[in-house]
Structures are given as structure tokens and as C-alpha cells.
Design a protein around this ligand. Structure first.
Ligand SMILES: Cc1cc2nc3c(=O)[nH]c(=O)nc-3n(C[C@H](O)[C@H](O)[C@H](O)COP(=O)(O)OP(=O)(O)OC[C@H]3O[C@@H](n4cnc5c(N)ncnc54)[C@H](O)[C@@H]3O)c2cc1C
Length: 413
């Protein structure tokens, strides 16, 4: 039997930030991870350039967390985008602001940052046990791990769980914690794919011809929300994915929950109003094919034309008003979310009502949670990593306060 001051389970961004905060405060930390090496999802995020955070104004930044903004706000007050940039810079991973306002390390990858970070943590005394898969608590209250050498029990009165969400399970975050936290009466919201693709039942002709193609410079609207957002999407075999889908993910999920489908509209020419589009398509076609004519009049070609042919009957092209309306508001029906395991992140998880302001579980004193396993959600743009880091810091500072309160109680006795 081993006794540690503080055990952290999960060595992703949230767990590592919690470890750093505790080590800097002089607290002994033992960090466990199920995988043979740490931060695997973080490293994968690095393959897309590692969008660490965003440079936009704090109020806009906070609004990205939607319904969970009030929960996330104090975390960001503690560790915001600017603090995250300073932290990365100090680790030698100097950051820059891209043209979209997103913040990346100059090297556009995660490995150098993670390497430097682990080196610093080890020099601060981090004890790390990989290949330790936590399976919950036994009847005596010990934390149990499956390891290559067999089961291990650890006495761990103070624990931070930073076990990630439920996507890309092959990288370690398999959400198995839902089972064993449920046994401790922790309330959780079901996990759902967020920042993932959505299902649209394309014709086989359309998906064979256009899967893998980006639809750029468009705007998109979910029927329940009048706002149009500009950006781009990617056509997949079975639907669409990409920045615009992720930005509207929460709205789409709500529609799917409420009515079993979500209706969206695409504006294929967001820089022209419907009157201008109608005028353009009313011009004489002079024997040209629709494809040649629409490319010439509006620059519509390739996948954008394919979308028009997908939703509009051929004879409807002769009705200029209907054609213009469809170009400006092309209707598509989303019938589901793509596989949760392929999503960039998951929404749902340990509910806010369970936790105090230090991110300690009310029903399990001494157990804190951080990162994507908590029930908050955000689109891509650096918001996922920022809140994961920030919540790791808040949980660790909560632990420090908890340890102090426990010592004070013992002294008074
Ligand atoms: C393809 C992709 C690209 C992404 N790009 C970005 C991006 O550019 N910007 C951004 O902000 N976000 C991005 N994300 C999301 C971001 O990586 C995650 O939100 C973030 O890693 C969550 O951090 P976390 O520490 O909460 O969880 P994770 O990073 O998932 O870490 C959890 C850790 O817990 C361990 N673990 C789980 N269960 C157990 C167990 N039972 N016992 C022991 N250990 C366990 C896992 O092995 C893992 O190491 C991306 C995600 C993906 C999949």
C-alpha cells in the first residue's frame, strides 16, 4: 500500500497543469495515466497546428462557452488566454496570433512544448506512473489501477481526476469513468459528440463526387437561430464537418434532441443579397448550360453547384426567384451526429451542480475534477485547451485550500 499527498489521474493538459500548480506550491504529486506516454490527445491537437487559445476580447472569448460560460468564467479569471500565452512562451514555445485571431505556438506543434513541460515537471519532483488505468475505488476507499503487473491499490485521500472526454478513445480518453463515478452518486450529463461531423443523407452521386471537398466562403444558419455565420465546411461521405459546423454544434445538438433532426441553411454567395442574386440568374442564358451560366454569373462551380443540384429539381432552375432563394438559403437536414469517437471533443460530463467553486465533488470530499470531463462545451478555436488548462489550475488551487483546511481542523482537535 502506498500513501501520497495528492494523486492526479490523467496526464492531459488539465492533469499536467494541476500537477504543475501543486508542485510549485510544494505539494507532493503522483500522476497516473492509463497510456504508455502522456498527453496523447494534446500531441494530436498539435498535428492541426495546436490552436492554444484565442486573442479576441475577454467578453467574446467567454461567450464561446455558451450555456457553461458562467461556470467557466472564474476559471478564466484565474488563467486566461494571456496567461496561457505567457506560460507557453516561458516554456520556450513562443506563440503568435494568426490572421483569424487564433493563437498558435510558432512551431505549430505540441511535441516541443510537451517535452519542455515534462522536463520541468520532473525537475520539480513529479512522480509519474504510466500504464496505470484507474478503475475507481474499492470498498475500503482505495483507488484501484489496472497495470501490466496486475491490480494496484493506492491510498489517495486527495485526488484530482482529469480523465478527458469521450472521443478518440485510442488516445486514452475512453470515458470509462462514467461507470465508476456513477457508483459514487456523481451526477453526469450524457456525453455527446461536439466539434464533430454531422450526418446528412446525401445521394450516392453527391457523396461519391464531392466527399472530401471544402465548401469555402459560405454562411450557415441553424433554423432555430436567425444568426448567419461565415466560414467553411467540408463534405464527408455521410454529411459535413468543419469550423462552421463546430461553431453551431450546440444549437444543432439541441435541435436534434428536441425534434430528431436539425434544419440548416447555407448561403452560397454571402457577399451578394438575394435581389442581386435574382438579377444575376434572370439574365438571358443564351443557350449556355446551367453550370456554365451560374459559374459565369455568380462564380458558382464544383461542390457549390453540386449542392444546388442536390436540393433543387432541374425544372426549378427556370424559376429565377426560387433559384436565387435556394442559392441564398440552401436547405439541408441533419439527421444525426457522427460517431462520438471521431469528434474533436465531447459535451456533457460531470455536472456543475455536483461541484463546489474549487471543483471538488460535493458528494465525494477530497475528489476534484478538471478538464474536458466536466460538463462544459465550446467550439474549436483554442477554447477547449484554454478551459482544460484553466480548470486544472483551479482544481489544484482548490486542493491546496482543502489541504490547508484539513490541517487546520487537525490542529484545532
Ligand atoms: C484531433 C483533435 C484536435 C484538437 N485540436 C485542438 C486545438 O487545436 N485546440 C484546442 O483548444 N483543443 C483541441 N482539441 C481538444 C483538446 O485536445 C482537448 O479538449 C484536451 O486535450 C482536453 O484535455 P484534458 O486534459 O481534459 O483531457 P485529455 O487530453 O483527453 O487527457 C486525459 C488523460 O486521461 C487519461 N485517462 C483517461 N482515463 C483514464 C483512466 N481511467 N486511468 C488513467 N488515465 C486515464 C488519458 O490517457 C489522457 O492522457 C483537439 C482534439 C482532437 C481530438
Amino acid at each position: 500500500m502506498v500513501t501520497h499527498s495528492v494523486s492526479i489521474i490523467g496526464a492531459g493538459p488539465a492533469g499536467l497543469m494541476a500537477a504543475e500548480t501543486l508542485l510549485q506550491a510544494g505539494v507532493q504529486v503522483t500522476l497516473y495515466d492509463a497510456m504508455p506516454s502522456v498527453g496523447r490527445k494534446f500531441l494530436l491537437a498539435g498535428k492541426g497546428g495546436l490552436n492554444l487559445t484565442h486573442s479576441e476580447a475577454a467578453s467574446l472569448f467567454l461567450s464561446r462557452y455558451g450555456d457553461s460560460a458562467s461556470w467557466v468564467e472564474p476559471w478564466l479569471q484565474r488563467f486566461d488566454a494571456a496567461a496561457l500565452r505567457q506560460w507557453a512562451d516561458a516554456l520556450g514555445a513562443e506563440t503568435f496570433v494568426g490572421s483569424s485571431g487564433r493563437v498558435f505556438p510558432k512551431e505549430m506543434k505540441a511535441a516541443p512544448l510537451l517535452r519542455a513541460w515534462l522536463q520541468r515537471l520532473r525537475s520539480q519532483g513529479l512522480q509519474l506512473h504510466t500504464r496505470h488505468c484507474c478503475t475507481g475505488w474499492d470498498d475500503a476507499g482505495h483507488l484501484c489501477f489496472d497495470t501490466p503487473k496486475g491490480p494496484v491499490q493506492v491510498e489517495a485521500p486527495v485526488v484530482i481526476l482529469a480523465l478527458g472526454g469521450g472521443s478518440w478513445s485510442r488516445l486514452g480518453s475512453d470515458a470509462a469513468w462514467i461507470q465508476w463515478l456513477g457508483k459514487r452518486h456523481v451526477q453526469m450529463t450524457a456525453l455527446e459528440a461536439s466539434n464533430g461531423g454531422v450526418v446528412i443523407p446525401w445521394s450516392s452521386h453527391f457523396s461519391q463526387r464531392f466527399a472530401g471537398q471544402a465548401v469555402k466562403t459560405i454562411a450557415m444558419q441553424v433554423a432555430s437561430d436567425p444568426a448567419w455565420r461565415r466560414g467553411e465546411i467540408m463534405v464527408t461521405d455521410t454529411g459535413i464537418e468543419g469550423g462552421l459546423v463546430y461553431a453551431l454544434s450546440a444549437c444543432i445538438r439541441q435541435q436534434l434532441r428536441e425534434q430528431g433532426h436539425a434544419d440548416i441553411a447555407l448561403d452560397l454567395t454571402p457577399d451578394r443579397d438575394v435581389a442581386a442574386v435574382e438579377k444575376a440568374v434572370s439574365a438571358p442564358r443564351a443557350g449556355r448550360s446551367w453550370s456554365t451560366f451560374l459559374q459565369r454569373q455568380l462564380g458558382l462551380k464544383g461542390v457549390k453547384l453540386g449542392l444546388l443540384y442536390e436540393v433543387l429539381a432541374r425544372d426549378a432552375f427556370d424559376d429565377a426567384a426560387q433559384l436565387a432563394q435556394t442559392i441564398k438559403s440552401l436547405p439541408l437536414r441533419i439527421t444525426g451526429l457522427q460517431d462520438i469517437d471521431e469528434a474533436i471533443s465531447t459535451a456533457g460530463g460531470v455536472a456543475a451542480e455536483n461541484m463546489d467553486e474549487n471543483l471538488m465533488l460535493r458528494t465525494v470530499p477530497g475528489v476534484f475534477c478538471a478538464g474536458e470531463m466536466l460538463d462544459w462545451d465550446a467550439p474549436t478555436g483554442g477554447y477547449l485547451l484554454t478551459a482544460s488548462f484553466a480548470s486544472g489550475k483551479v482544481a489544484a488551487e482548490g486542493v491546496i485550500r482543502w489541504l490547508a483546511s484539513q490541517s487546520a481542523a487537525v490542529t484545532q482537535e
